[in-house]
Design a binder for this molecule. Structure first.
Ligand SMILES: Nc1nc2c(ncn2[C@@H]2O[C@H](COP(=O)(O)OP(=O)(O)OP(=O)(O)O)[C@@H](O)[C@H]2O)c(=O)[nH]1
Length: 891
């Protein structure tokens, strides 16, 4: 044990300091002040002195402890005199290690017994008073605190029961201890001890709390308070949940399955929370429970929803997914299971879509492309009665070879015939005009050339009634003359031949007639069925006769149309006018079109704000075969688009939207253009017995050979029909013709130009390039017989345009090129094209970028190309790089 100060020791033994100092002095110790240190020896000396003073034998001194040690529990015997004259009573005293001690009365040796007793009683009372008031204050404080806690969580007290209960014994434990006469030192005969022993049981000493104990107590109190608060929260939340659930149960309607699920789930969770007996257990998604009380709540579907999915002839994957209310990725995944690889923007056919939809548990409703339109149109025509048919003016297109006078002829007719009869003449070109004669009217489509004619046909618009084939009498039949004839025949439109430039001395109409006859266009005067008229677009010779011939032909054709009722027709051309908006020239085919009516044209619609004729005069209405300009459409429709009057804007809008959708789908859908691959299957299905081909070759000789060979492949089951054959590269007209006639395009040593390529790609026209005749024949033969073998197809991998030609002593002619498409690769075979016709086939000798030899040059880059064994490359030529790949085919 360490040395202590006088003050500390006085406190330990519970004697007032000044009295303790006196005792020290009596014991002969040197310490005189409170701060003086008392050593262990001095302590022993003090103890010996005290013992001596209290009458203990000196002999005891030997056995007495040499030091004062506070033991945890020591038992000693005290002798106490109960009354004067009686013997002393032995009291057994147990000393426990306590942190609080009873204050002992000051013992003074010098005072008399009475005085001592009085003094002791006074001091004991004072101490008691002080302790009592202190204890009372502490009790009051605790009571207040408890009252506060109880007020806070009165209802939830049991939540904190365990803790409260567990605390109580602690306090109770302390109480009995205070009742025990705890004496620091066994000074038996000291009256002070007597007093203490007597007083203590009556008025229990209140333990004086040390700082540590106070802190401990405060800590416990804080903990209790925290527990009470948390318990209160838990209780509150539990009550709220209980109320909500109760309310939910009351609100529950049998039809609302999802709510039941949630309620049940929440109910299950409740006991779990309570299981921890008031302890704040982990609550699962409290926000969710709070949300339940609000209006917005998630209702989890309990059963799969079956959608009725209308499926058009083709449908884009993303649209199909939207109709089933699922993600496109799901559709793609299911399609993959069906063995079909698609992308989100790809169209799938109706049959596949139906299988998929049914597989996914929905109901598929097959819808024809025209179902909706027919439905709507039925609405349009519901009021239309059987209309009486009246003869109508023929609609005429002029075709012919370059410079043979098509435009001149149209101009002459327009200027003379229209301007002569009508004041003001034609002030603007609107794509079509009408000529009136004594015998009737004739409508000319002011778009000369077979390209426009076929383009319109390719869009499905059969507008023309009669074709005038113009042949310059001084020039004769030329390639485009033949094309014009082929196109007219393909459209099954009667021909009238205008032998133009008859005013020219060199004109030789008989020679032209002969040439035409070889093309199976035999003049009437020679016993044929085609009218030939000698005209001059320059001087006007034979123009009247030409118009008369047209009227006669129209009569033969018995062209008739209802003059009244709902109007319909074809859009000839359209443009966007700065001041007037969308302007469309339409050709009325049926009925009467009036200003103010709602019109649907292609996927544009609107109310006709104004209507003009070819002389730009405002008109209120127009009948069959009349070309008119209309204002008020939402946009510019395409040439060949059908127009139709509808009852109201709603129908116009809905039909327009439907057509727009259709257009979107058809753009993605596989084109319906004929394919060599599926000829046999179509034949087998009884769909076709004809294989139409359009042939373009490098030279006339190849054309004839190929045409004859292909046509001769016809058998009892299938007929190969050459719709058109010509010399030169494949142009837009050829592509349109192939599309319009569902024909296969064959290019023999020729290539398609850029415009044609675009169209071929867009419409997915079946184009085949050949450089060996028997290969072409063989392939068509196999297609007919349904024996398509693995096909060696040529794939064009790159195209370079020759910009300049240099001479190199080493390589000869080097073509300075720009790669315009794909990649030019050094090791692949090449062809040199001039005006889309193959002029050479061979290998590359060198491929350079600047001075470096390279293996590949990409699109948009310049390069130098040396062609092996060929030095005749010219600027403007194209060098085509191709490879042969094997494609397995299926029928
Ligand atoms: N002498 C004479 N010249 C004519 C006649 N018709 C047209 N021409 C001339 O032939 C040339 C070509 O006439 P166009 O009307 O441009 O021929 P086109 O067929 O329309 O030509 P493209 O538009 O290039 O296809 C012009 O110089 C006309 O003046 C005619 O009957 N007699």
């Amino acid at each position: 044990m360490s040395d202590k100060t006088v003050q500390a020791l006085a406190e330990v033994v519970g004697i007032p300091l000044d009295r303790f100092l006196v005792q020290l002095k009596e014991a002969g110790l040197s310490a005189t002040a409170a701060d003086d240190i008392i050593s262990e020896e001095e302590k022993t000396q003090l103890l010996a002195h005290l013992r001596k003073r209290h009458g203990k034998a000196d002999a005891d001194t030997e056995a007495s402890p040499k030091r004062i040690t506070l033991k945890r529990s020591t038992k000693t015997e005290l002798r106490q005199s109960t009354a004067p004259g009686t013997g002393a009573k032995t009291v057994s005293v147990e000393v426990r290690k306590q942190k609080t001690y009873i204050k002992r009365s000051e013992v003074t040796a010098n005072v008399s017994d009475e005085q001592r007793e009085a003094e002791q009683a006074r001091q004991a009372l004072a101490a008691l008073e002080a302790q009592k008031s202190k204890q009372a204050a502490e009790d009051e404080k605790r009571r207040q605190h408890e009252a506060q806690l109880k007020a806070e969580a009165e209802k939830l007290k049991q939540a904190a029961e365990v803790i409260t209960e567990s605390n109580e014994p602690v306090i109770a434990e302390q109480a009995p201890k205070t009742e025990q006469p705890l004496i620091e030192t066994p000074i038996v005969e000291e009256p002070v001890v007597e007093a203490a022993a007597e007083v203590a049981p009556k008025e229990p000493e209140i333990p004086r709390l040390t700082t540590e104990e106070r802190l401990e107590l405060e800590k416990k109190e804080r903990l209790e308070a925290a527990v009470e608060r948390t318990a209160a929260k838990v209780r509150k939340a539990a009550e709220a949940k209980q109320q909500t659930l109760h309310k939910k149960k009351q609100d529950f309607k049998p039809t609302r399955g999802p709510t039941t699920t949630i309620a049940a789930a929440t109910n299950d969770a409740t006991p779990r929370g309570k299981g921890k007996k008031g302890k704040p257990g982990r609550r699962e998604k409290p926000e969710f429970e709070i949300e339940l009380q609000g209006k917005h709540k998630f209702e989890k579907p309990v059963a799969p929803t079956v959608h009725e999915v209308t499926i058009p002839e083709t449908i884009i994957v993303s649209d199909l997914a939207a109709k089933m209310n699922i993600k496109a990725a799901e559709v793609i995944k299911h399609l993959m299971k069906l063995g079909i690889m698609t992308t989100i923007n790809q169209a799938i056919d109706q049959e596949t879509a139906v299988i998929l939809v049914e597989e996914m548990g929905h109901k598929a409703i097959m819808q024809s492309e025209d179902d909706f339109e027919q439905e709507m149109l039925a609405e349009v025509f519901s009021e239309a009665e059987e209309q009486k048919l009246f003869p109508r003016a023929p609609i005429v297109t002029i075709m012919g070879h370059v410079d043979h006078g098509k435009t001149s002829l149209l101009d002459y007719i327009r200027k003379t015939r229209v301007a002569a009869g009508e004041a003001g003449g034609i002030t603007q070109h609107i794509g079509a005009y009408q000529v009136k004669t004594d015998h009737g009217a004739v409508t000319f489509l002011d778009t000369p050339g077979h390209a426009a004619f076929t383009a319109m046909r390719a869009r499905g618009a059969e507008v023309t009634d009669i074709v005038i084939v113009v042949v310059a009498a001084d020039d004769g039949v030329m390639p485009q003359t033949k094309e014009a004839i082929e196109h007219a025949r393909a459209a099954n439109v009667p021909i009238i031949v205008a032998l133009n430039k008859i005013d020219k001395p060199a004109a030789n109409p008989d020679k032209v007639m002969q040439e035409m006859a070889t093309l199976n266009v035999v003049p009437e005067e020679w016993g044929g069925d085609v009218q030939f008229l000698r005209v001059s677009a320059k001087v006007g010779t034979g123009i009247d006769e030409l118009i008369e011939a047209l009227i006669v032909q129209a009569e033969v054709l018995e062209l008739k149309a209802p003059a009244e009722g709902i109007a319909s027709g074809i859009c000839i051309e359209s443009r966007l006018d700065k001041g007037r908006g969308a302007v469309a020239t339409v050709l009325i085919q049926k009925g009467t079109l009036s200003k103010g009516e709602f019109v649907l044209c292609g996927h544009e619609y609107g109310r006709i704000r104004a209507m003009f004729d070819e002389k730009a005069q405002a008109i209120k209405s127009a009948g069959p075969s009349a070309p008119v300009e209309i204002l008020g459409l939402s946009g510019t429709p395409s040439a060949g688009d059908e127009f139709l009057v509808v009852q109201n804007e709603r129908i116009a809008r809905e039909l327009a939207a439907h057509r727009e959708d259709r257009k979107k789908s058809s753009r993605h859908a596989a084109a319906h253009a004929s394919k060599l691959d599926d000829v046999f299957s179509r034949m087998a299905a009884g769909e076709t017995a004809t294989l139409n081909v359009v042939i373009k070759t490098d030279v006339q000789g190849s054309l004839e050979a190929l045409r004859e060979s292909l046509v001769s492949l016809s058998n009892d089951e299938v007929q190969v029909k050459c719709i058109y054959g010509g010399v030169g590269g494949i142009n837009e007209g050829d592509a349109n013709l192939a599309l319009a006639s569902s024909a296969i395009l064959i290019g023999f040593n020729v290539r398609a130009d850029a415009v044609a390529r675009k169209l071929i790609e867009e419409k997915d026209i079946d184009l085949h390039y050949y450089s060996i005749i028997y290969e072409a024949i063989d392939e068509v033969k196999r297609a007919i017989n349904g024996m398509l073998a693995p096909d060696i197809q040529e794939k064009i991998v790159g195209l370079a345009e020759v910009r300049d030609v240099f001479r190199s002593p080493k390589f000869g002619a080097i073509a300075g090129c720009m790669v315009t498409d794909g990649n030019v690769k050094r090791n692949l075979p090449i062809r040199v094209l001039r005006e889309n016709v193959v002029i050479y086939e061979g290998q590359l000798e060198s491929l350079r970028r600047f001075k470096d030899d390279v293996n590949e040059v990409k699109m948009g880059m310049e390069c130098g190309i040396g062609v092996k064994n060929y030095n005749d490359v010219k600027p403007g030529d194209q060098i085509e790089v191709f490879e042969r790949i094997e494609v397995k085919r299926e029928i």
